[in-house]
Design a protein around this ligand. Structure first.
Ligand code: PMP
Length: 471
């Protein structure tokens, strides 16, 4: 078997990085890393790959993952005492920055009252009301992770419609749900094959995987299987193959196609929800265009850094959920009072001013990154939706990345060189070319200055890696 690197999308991708599936950093770090290295060695002895979620292991960029001791505002401090500007933000939740004073106070107060009861609480009602007020969902149910949210939404869609088939897009990640860890089969509108060992073919045989932003493929799949499709699930704006924005009108087209065939449209806002606007991606398209998803999934920001997520949507669909209806779903820690307090404090602080400031910071940074790469002659495409963005190191002449096939042609070696040059200058980017860069309201001028001053050298490192690999 050829070496394969497991991306966070859960899809196995053959590695171009080297015999052991890892790359060596172009520049060994100038920052001290002894304590991280020691912890990584200990971790690998007791945990597979030394990490509790694969992308954290740095396999896609090489080198030693930094073990974090603490975080505040826009900064992470690792166990060697290095302080980094953080552009991962816990993969999205930390909209306000780390250790926000008011969020910590809400958490401390909630925890002092006991950490879990297994009974309803006022905090759950408050947070549900806040989410219903911000989004097109009539009702929500809390769970503990985004994976649980999408898994439950799909079960509900199947229970509600009495149909089995699920349509998803290649490159969209919805958590590690068996039926969604699927790769496209051969040809369009055919049934998918498992994207990882451990998922039985019977799970993915009920899934159809299509190319993103491809209306004709969606039309063809619904023309052939429309009366058997329970739901179509999509990232509201994909951020798990890098950021690939929906083409104008694409989400509305999906909503309309589903409605025409009696299927439910599930918009996965786990990453975009409460991040790109007060509601999420819906605030950038659905709210203006006059359509709404039948079901939505949320996570990340709404948990304020704690394990909380939700799914919600149309009242008549949600009424099919136990105990009101027959579709079963439950959770020991669902609606956990400490997580609810963190989420509520976060959302209450996520005002229009916060989103306006984030948009501005993100625009400045996108320009700076693109400018530095152009200056160094590095071909690239910026992918963005609202304040979420990422950079594709494309082949010369490529000007757009509309889907996973295009995203997969990016030059991951150039990203690895860029990543390590930034890390060495104390800027912590996502350790994979397929991930979104996340800013927070705590990224002020000082943090931005540090990022911007690191960019020219990192762009040079990417250019040099192109020369070295002959691309
Ligand atoms: N959906 C989307 C769009 C996501 O980005 C993620 C996680 N990155 C998930 C679902 C799964 O969430 P979790 O990791 O909390 O299970």
């Amino acid at each position: 078997m050829r070496p394969a690197s497991q991306t966070r999308t859960g899809l196995l991708r053959v590695s171009v990085l080297g015999d052991n599936g890892r790359v060596s950093p172009a520049n060994p770090s100038h920052l001290p890393t002894t304590a991280s290295e020691e912890l990584f060695a200990r971790a690998q002895a007791v945990t597979p790959g030394g990490v509790n979620s694969p992308v954290r292991a740095f396999a896609a960029v090489g080198g030693t993952p930094r073990f974090i001791r603490s975080a505040r505002g826009a900064y992470l401090t690792d166990v060697d005492g290095n302080e980094y500007v953080d552009l991962v933000g816990s993969w999205g939740p930390m909209l306000l920055g780390h250790a926000h004073r008011d969020v910590l106070a809400a958490v401390a107060e909630a925890a002092a009252g006991g950490t879990s009861y297994g009974a309803p609480t006022p905090a759950e009602v408050d947070l549900a009301e806040e989410i219903v007020a911000r989004t097109p969902a009539d009702k929500v149910r809390f769970v503990s992770s985004g994976t649980e949210a999408t898994m439950s939404a799909i079960r509900l869609a199947r229970g509600f419609t009495g149909r089995d088939l699920v349509v998803k897009f290649a490159g969209c990640y919805h958590g590690h749900v068996d039926s969604l860890l699927a790769s496209a089969g051969s040809g369009l509108a055919t049934f998918a094959v498992p994207g990882t060992p451990g998922v039985p073919a019977v799970s993915t045989e009920q899934t159809i995987v299509l190319p993103y932003n491809d209306r004709a493929a969606v039309e063809a799949a619904f023309a052939e299987h429309g009366d058997r499709i329970a739901c179509l699930i999509t990232e509201a704006a994909p951020g798990n193959m890098g950021v690939v924005a929906p083409q104008p009108g694409f989400n509305g087209f999906l909503a309309e196609t589903c409605a025409r065939h009696g299927a439910l449209f599930i918009s996965d806002e786990v990453m975009t929800g409460f991040r790109v606007t007060r509601s999420g991606q819906y605030g950038l398209d659905g709210a203006d265009e006059g359509w709404r998803p039948d079901l939505l999934t949320f996570g990340k920001v709404m948990g304020g850094g704690f394990p909380a997520a939700a799914f919600g949507g149309r009242a008549d669909v949600m009424a099919a959920l136990a105990p009101e209806g027959p579709v079963y779903q439950a959770g020991t820690l669902s609606g956990n009072p400490v997580a609810m307090a963190a989420g509520l404090a976060t959302l209450r602080l996520a005002t229009d001013e916060v989103y306006a400031a984030l948009d501005k910071t993100s625009g400045l940074l996108q320009e700076a990154v693109s400018g530095a790469l152009s200056e160094a002659g590095v071909p690239h495409v910026m992918g963005a939706t609202g304040n979420m963005f990422s950079v594709f190191f494309v082949e010369e002449g490529v000007t757009a990345v509309p889907d996973f096939a295009a995203a997969s042609r990016q030059r991951v070696g150039a990203y690895a060189a860029f990543f390590h040059a930034m890390l060495d200058r104390a800027v912590h980017l996502p350790p994979s070319a397929y991930e979104t860069w996340f800013l927070s309201a705590a990224h002020d001028d000082r943090a931005l200055d540090r990022i911007v001053s690191a960019l020219p050298a990192a762009a040079q490192a990417a250019a040099a890696s192109d020369v070295a690999t002959g691309s």
